[in-house]
Unconditional design. Structure first.
Length: 269
């Protein structure tokens, strides 16, 4: 709500404000020790292709054949094929390609910053729903003030570019709550739990292997369990930390699908 992604610079390019977009994107990349060249190239590609063409291109890439894992490229994209794409079987790639083509035909904002802020809001909402069973089991009543309709409307009334701070982290947060300590509002990064996530994956590697192999995604031939198992083993050894987010999404999906399947089987009996 109080911040925005680098999609705001893609919006500048879409509006024809190339020089301003380049200045801000390069400054942002250097501030975070990221090579400006690849970062700027990714932003230009997003502006030139647009949403529908990017999704179509991703679908074509999936249909051409197996995808090798590639390093994460900095910069915003309408659709980036992550490590999960390399775990798909031929049938899985075909199914995902069909979904991408369907999404390309759906009515969505074509301005990058508007599209991205609504996508982020839906993602946070989905995450909140996903945590509901845990909260209920622990007797916790979570509150999500940044999902309140009035807060969303107020935040989105401010252009994403004004929310994307270069030197100031979350400039709207600092303006709205000036009493917050400077060490908080001046920070440029978020905390990392990578070490804890790797330890958790290593500790439960056997159970996770079994969960993935027995999930409907594997049983129905959409993902290759051996490929996922190899990626999980690498992460558990402290290697390839960049695929942790993809593994997290896959594991949660497998857990959810397995539970749903069990519920349906019980109901049928």
């Amino acid at each position: 709500m109080l911040d925005a992604s680098s999609s705001c610079w893609v919006r500048l390019l879409q509006d024809g404000r190339r020089r301003e977009a380049h200045r801000q994107a390069v400054a942002f990349a250097r501030l975070r020790n990221t090579a400006p060249g690849p970062y700027w190239k990714a932003l230009k590609q997003a502006a030139d292709l647009g949403r529908a063409s990017t999704l179509e291109r991703a679908a074509e890439t999936l249909e051409r054949g197996p995808i090798a894992p590639s390093p994460v490229v900095a910069g915003w994209s309408w659709c980036r094929l992550g490590a999960g794409a390399s775990w798909l079987t031929a049938e899985g790639r075909h199914e995902v390609a069909a979904l991408l083509r369907q999404a390309a035909r759906n009515q969505q904002p074509e301005l990058a910053d508007e599209f991205d802020q609504w996508a982020a809001l839906r993602s946070v909402g989905a995450s909140a729903r996903g945590w509901a069973p845990y909260a209920e089991a622990l007797g916790v009543q979570p509150v999500y003030p940044y999902l309140d309709n009035e807060v969303v409307r107020a935040a989105f009334a401010v252009r994403a570019l004004a929310r994307r701070g270069l030197v100031t982290y979350k400039p709207l947060l600092r303006a709205a709550l000036p009493q917050l300590p400077d060490w908080l509002t001046s920070r440029r990064s978020k905390g990392s739990f990578t070490a804890q996530r790797i330890a958790g994956l290593a500790r439960h590697q056997g159970q996770l292997d079994e969960l993935i192999a027995s999930s409907p995604l594997a049983v129905d031939g959409l993902i290759d369990p051996a490929t996922v198992r190899a990626a999980l083993a690498q992460v558990a050894r402290g290697q390839s930390a960049t695929v942790i987010a993809d593994l997290h999404q896959l594991i949660v999906t497998c857990w959810w699908l397995t539970g749903r399947t069990t519920d349906r089987e019980v109901a049928a009996c």
